[in-house]
Design a protein around this ligand. Structure first.
Ligand code: MRU
Length: 351
């Protein structure tokens, strides 16, 4: 079978627990972790068992449900929602979808509390909000994919970095959505997946999910991107993002900036795909986006093999910022946005 019909879901809500696909183990092992507490959700986000901007937002929303369900009064329930949302917000700093989802859960709880006197009905309405965040993400990504596909033509080579696919979202992904839709429509695209050092989201996740779906995907090391571009094998680049600033600067997995510079040098369009929930108009430019730094071991002994001298100094930023000048277009569920981003991103929220 090909296509997304038998794709793995990153998050499955079971009513009393969250079954979370442990992405650290992919592609070798498929294991769902039954999470029942916000602490377990926090740990899963922080340790990249679930990762990708929309997916961590969805996981955190369920974390709030899990952390507030035992409250005995409405006041205690509201207090628990706020407390757990604040706690889960400390799990990772860069992807704004995390804070967006938690803010949405807090706002929903306060509206529900205003309209509903029965505590059990309050809890159930908040659970519905989390489920809705997940189902909306799936629909949004499909629309993003449809818009993105209009930029591609049969036979094109398209390079992507990190994993902005079904695994990083509820389904379809953002940057990978057009590949699935192209395949459904019989359009042939040749995808190049950067392996994405140091955690290898490209090799372990993008190559895996595209291969599973029968998409034509070729894995390359990050340092081969310039070479494949210079050989004329790449007609476009498409990536996801963790946060877009108001001026169109884009934070995404470390290495994205280098790909954008290479694309510009080769006259290749550089596209960014994301839902509106990833656009942060409160952050004026990329300079204000908090960039997560992760442990040195990801570089010195990733996947259990020591590959660097002991006690070596290490710098391990998990994300970088691509200045908006390098971004050809941002593809959202509301359509394709071009420069000037400052003006055109803002318009999206008022249409
Ligand atoms: O550290 P990760 O794996 O969470 O980084 C993920 C990315 O950089 C993705 O490209 C981004 O979150 C977009 S996912 C649709």
């Amino acid at each position: 079978m090909s296509g997304m019909d038998n794709s793995l879901q990153s998050l499955i809500w079971k009513g009393d627990r969250l079954d979370l696909l442990d992405q650290r183990l992919l592609p070798e092992e498929i294991l769902y972790l039954p999470l029942t507490t916000p602490e377990e959700v926090w740990e899963a986000i922080s340790h990249l068992k679930v990762r990708g901007a929309p997916a961590i937002g969805i996981a955190a929303a369920y974390g709030v449900v899990l952390g507030s369900r035992d409250a005995a009064t409405k006041e205690a329930w509201l207090a628990a929602v706020t407390k757990q949302a604040e706690y889960l917000a400390t799990s990772r700093p860069t992807a704004v979808n995390l804070f967006w989802a938690l803010d949405r859960m807090k706002a929903a709880a306060s509206t529900i509390a205003g309209n509903e006197s029965d505590l059990e009905r309050c809890k159930s309405a908040l659970e519905t909000e989390a489920v809705t965040i997940q189902s909306e993400d799936e629909a949004t990504n499909k629309t993003i994919g449809e818009h993105a596909l209009t930029l591609f033509k049969d036979g094109m080579g398209v390079l992507t970095h990190c994993n902005a696919g079904g695994l990083a979202t509820a389904k379809y992904g953002t940057a990978l959505a057009p590949f699935y839709l192209a395949q459904e429509q019989g359009m042939k695209l040749k995808v190049f997946a950067d392996e994405t050092r140091p955690v290898l989201q490209g090799a372990r996740l993008t190559a895996f999910e595209l291969q599973q779906a029968g998409v034509d995907v070729t894995l390359i090391c990050d340092n081969m991107a310039g070479h494949v571009m210079s050989k004329g094998m790449v007609d476009a680049v498409i990536v996801g993002t963790d946060r877009v600033a108001a001026n169109g600067d884009v934070a995404n997995k470390i290495g994205t900036y280098s790909v954008a510079v290479l694309a510009k040098a080769h006259g290749i369009p550089f596209y960014v795909a994301c839902p509106l929930s990833t656009i942060d108009l409160e952050t004026p430019t990329g300079e204000q986006i908090p960039i997560e730094e992760r442990v040195a071991e990801e570089i010195t002994e990733g996947f259990g093999k020591r590959t660097a001298p002991r006690d070596i100094k290490v710098y391990n930023p998990a994300f970088d910022v691509t200045p908006h000048e390098y971004v050809t277009a941002i593809i959202t569920e509301k359509g394709i946005v071009h420069a000037p981003y400052e003006e055109n991103l803002r318009k999206l929220f008022h249409e």
